[in-house]
Ligand binder design. Structure first.
Ligand SMILES: C[S@@+](CC[C@H](N)C(=O)[O-])C[C@H]1O[C@@H](n2cnc3c(N)ncnc32)[C@H](O)[C@@H]1O
Length: 370
């Protein structure tokens, strides 16, 4: 998608999984450094520092011109490294590389046999979906699936708190468009007493979540249009990260009305939008976005494994405050405050039926102004 990515300044190479044979493992990569004579690269594994060898890596500048980089090499004998350590469960191997002021985390799922060999007993493990499912929802499989999910979950909690509807206050929660469970896993850690549900059109992602995240929530496949497989007034909170950023306008109206149906009166919906002003877009797409307040970019790149309608959509704040207000009270519209560069939209289903019929009967075409 057309977001501006940070330059990759520290890299450890894949695979981000440790199999049965890997209780001794070579970490190999490179990092941008300030001083080649004193590169100052550090690597910790679940908080334990390991020695790193490095040497100048001039080839990196061929790909990232102007960068001074050094290689990273560390050979780690895990049974020795973690001797006497009680693993945190569910266990994930967290590597953190720092060089000067730069820090980058990498996470590695371990196999059952690896955990048994390293810790001498069975250990509950954090599961990570296969690479193609990670790429489908985040555009990358760079060893950061859970850390980005945790960050989004923390942003959700902060926005809810500021909006006067703290996460802990909600009992029955839906992650609408959950994919293979990037965010819901962290929501569970932060609010273990909640009853969590996830739903998505992607049957493969939901199949993976059902097989691997049974202790986290109840996962269901939904169709691209209503109805969703939930009864009226089921949820206290629905959050939906990077869904309305991908759908055509008529589908958005259908889903807004449907999410309203399954939210309890007074329940909260937190979703995201993209601001057409903040991205590099073709001139006509950008102009339409700014003029109408909404644009669906149907020529944006398709995503492998998802239907053709799944492209990119942009909303201005004033569009959301005017058009989505037909379904919900709009409490907060943020700027780059959720899921990397997306804007949070926090809404509440009114306690009465006010505004709903307006939403159903209003014209659906582009609006005259943003
Ligand atoms: C960018 S991904 C985000 C996934 C997840 N929310 C996250 O943040 O990791 C968008 C997700 O929306 C799902 N999706 C698209 N249209 C949908 C719809 N009509 N109903 C439910 N899910 C939908 C896609 O299958 C995909 O999993």
């Amino acid at each position: 998608m057309a977001v501006r990515h940070e330059r990759v300044l520290i890299s450890l190479d894949p695979p981000y999984r440790l199999g049965d044979q890997d209780t001794t493992f070579n970490f190999i990569g490179w990092a941008e450094v300030d001083d080649l004579d004193d590169p100052g690269i550090r690597l910790t594994l679940n908080g334990v520092e390991v020695p790193v060898r490095s040497q100048p890596a001039p080839h990196v500048a061929d790909v990232f011109p102007g960068i001074t980089a050094a290689t990273i090499f560390a050979r780690v004998d895990f049974p020795a490294l973690f001797r006497g350590v009680t693993p945190e469960e569910p266990f994930l191997l967290n590597a953190v590389v720092t060089s000067g002021a730069r820090t980058r985390p990498f996470e590695y799922e371990v196999s059952e046999a690896w955990a048994q060999a390293v810790f001498g007993r069975p250990v509950r493990r954090k599961r990570t979906p296969p690479e193609h499912l990670q790429i489908r929802v985040t555009g990358a499989a760079a060893g950061q699936f859970h850390v980005t999910g945790r960050k989004v979950a923390e942003q959700i909690a902060a926005i809810l708190e500021r909006g006067g509807a703290p996460l802990q206050q909600h009992r029955k929660i839906l992650d609408f468009g959950c994919g293979p469970g990037r965010v819901i896993s962290s929501i569970k850690e932060m609010h273990p007493d909640a009853e969590l549900f996830g739903s998505d059109i992607d049957g493969e992602a939901i199949g993976w979540a059902r097989a691997n995240l049974q202790d986290i929530g109840d996962f269901r496949v939904n169709g691209p249009n209503p109805p969703l497989p939930f009864a009226d007034e089921s949820f206290d909170l629905i959050y939906s990260i990077s869904i309305f950023t991908h759908l055509p306008e008529d589908m958005q109206h259908g889903m807004l009305a449907e999410l309203r149906r399954i939210l309890k009166p007074g329940g909260v919906l937190l979703t995201t939008k993209l601001n057409p002003e903040a991205y590099e877009l073709p001139d006509d797409v950008r102009a339409k976005g700014l003029n109408d307040g909404f644009v669906y970019w149907g020529d944006a790149d398709a995503t492998e494994g998802l239907p053709g309608f799944y492209r990119l959509a942009y909303h201005t704040e004033s569009y959301v405050r005017r058009v989505w207000a037909d379904y919900f009270d709009v409490l907060h519209v943020g700027s780059h405050d959720l899921n990397n560069t997306q804007d949070a939209v926090l809404m509440r289903r009114p306690k009465s039926g006010r505004g709903f019929l307006g939403g159903l009967f209003k014209a659906r075409g582009p609006k005259a102004s943003a």
